[in-house]
Design a protein around this ligand. Structure first.
Ligand code: FAD
Length: 404
């Protein structure tokens, strides 16, 4: 009987296994995951789960019965330590498993501060796993001074949740503005104002020198470069993630900002595929790697279909969302390489959308509390229809006319 192994039981690993079964694959599927937890969704972790408004069971993508009913063998709390692509086998702590096809869905790992900067002190948290959040949640209390290092989406979401819990929150961002790596200044301005209005102190262009320990080795303060010292009872490190490529690298697979795959999800080794946060793939003449739920699901499902012989290329219109306080940001497309932004904003309203253009080509839209702009932007990107910038900029115009 044919055996497909999936290493990594996050969103991508789960989606590969589920799609293989729903497409009629009747061989063995084994899902191996280092975390001892049923496959789960991460987005609520920095939002409602940290707030205490989302039960742990609701994080799970499917209940345990789903896996047994569908003949998906789960090996949870089990790490894969090595791959032998020539011998078509992998090494686990508990022994060796042979495979016919192998999917790497190993995700990514948060970057932490080095030990000399206080990264290993008690009270310093990264935001990736349910265990990370359980640890943070058990320490958080209203009135605490929380320092968030990094003003990307994870840092901002965590800051918003901590502020909602009644903590005094400071965000320290080394770049000139929050979200600099991923969004236009207009979007950064919106979220800076949102956080400041809710009492979060946003320090941009400010570098952390190091976290300082108080009594008992717990973080107590932060020393900032050229900006003095601030109290910190708890620190959140949100300074980006690195694709988990160690296994692939050790096995001699090609790595290029992630495990290098082609448009079908094949790695450089025969019979080995990759999907999700860990994989970089070709899109529009470039090589990219996406860190989103949409990518983890869609790329994984295409890999499953291609393992079964479909020969489908993965050509996504990426989308992403972020929730901070009562603002919902929805993003369609990729804004990199834009040369102008068209803003659509109703004076005094919380809704706004920012449209990224390169010449006349629409690249992406950031829509905040404005699902219509998001929906129209996504449709325009999918169909390649021209976007009339005068209509976009006019808040009284009916956007839906653009996609008729
Ligand atoms: C707090 C948070 C909030 C987020 N919010 C959003 C959001 O609002 N919208 C959005 O689109 N995206 C969001 N994301 C991103 C999204 O969750 C990820 O892009 C997605 O989970 C990636 O799925 P994955 O399966 O590729 O990787 P992961 O979910 O990281 O899963 C990989 C799994 O593989 C396991 N693994 C790794 N190596 C091994 C090994 N050698 N052996 C066994 N197991 C191994 C890991 O332990 C892990 O469980 C968020 C992420 C986080 C952390």
């Amino acid at each position: 009987m044919k055996r497909i192994l999936v290493v990594g039981g996050g969103q991508a690993g789960h989606s590969v296994a589920a799609k293989l079964r729903s497409c009629g694959f009747d061989g063995r599927i084994v899902l191996i995951c280092g975390e001892d937890e049923l496959p789960y969704q991460r987005p609520p972790l920095s939002k409602k789960y940290l707030l205490g408004e989302f039960e742990r069971e609701r994080l799970h993508l499917r209940p345990r019965d789903y896996y047994s009913d569908n003949g998906i063998e789960l090996m949870l709390g089990e790490r894969c330590n090595g791959i032998d692509p020539n011998g078509r086998k992998i090494e686990l702590g508990s022994g060796v498993l042979n495979y016919d096809e192998l999917v790497l869905a190993t995700g990514s790992t948060p970057r932490n501060l080095p030990e000399r900067a206080g990264g290993l002190l008690d009270g310093v948290h990264t935001v990736r796993t349910v265990a990370d959040i359980d640890g943070m949640r058990s320490e958080l209390a209203a009135g605490m001074n929380v320092l968030v290092v990094g003003g990307g989406y994870i840092g901002l979401e965590t800051a918003a949740t901590c502020a909602t819990k009644g903590c005094n929150v400071t965000i320290v961002e080394v770049a000139d503005r929050i979200l600099q790596r991923v969004a236009a200044p207009e979007t950064s301005n919106y979220f800076r104002a949102l956080h400041s209005d809710r009492g979060v102190r946003v320090l941009e262009g400010t570098a952390l020198a190091r976290l300082l320990a108080g009594t008992g080795g717990r973080v107590a303060a932060a020393e900032l470069k050229d900006a003095g010292r601030i109290d910190a009872d708890l620190a959140v490190v949100g300074i980006g993630i690195l694709p988990s490529t160690e296994l692939a690298e050790a096995a001699g697979l090609e790595i290029d900002n992630g495990i290098r795959v082609d448009a079908y999800g094949r790695t450089s080794a025969d019979g080995v595929w990759a999907a999700g946060d860990c994989a970089s793939f070709p899109l529009g003449g470039k090589r990219i790697r996406l860190e989103s739920v949409q990518n983890a699901i869609d790329q994984a499902e295409i890999v499953a279909e291609n393992i079964l012989g479909a020969e489908r290329e993965y050509v996504p219109v990426p989308w992403f969302w972020s929730d901070q306080f009562d603002a919902k940001l929805q993003i369609a497309g990729l804004g990199t390489g834009y040369d102008r932004i068209i803003s659509r904003r109703i004076e005094g309203a919380a809704a706004a959308s920012f449209w990224y253009f390169a010449g006349d080509s629409l690249l992406a839209v950031d829509a905040i509390n404005d699902s219509r702009s998001y929906m129209v932007g996504k449709r325009l990107l999918e169909t390649g229809k021209a976007a009339n910038t005068e209509v976009l900029a006019d808040p009284s115009a009916n956007l839906k006319l653009l996609i008729r």
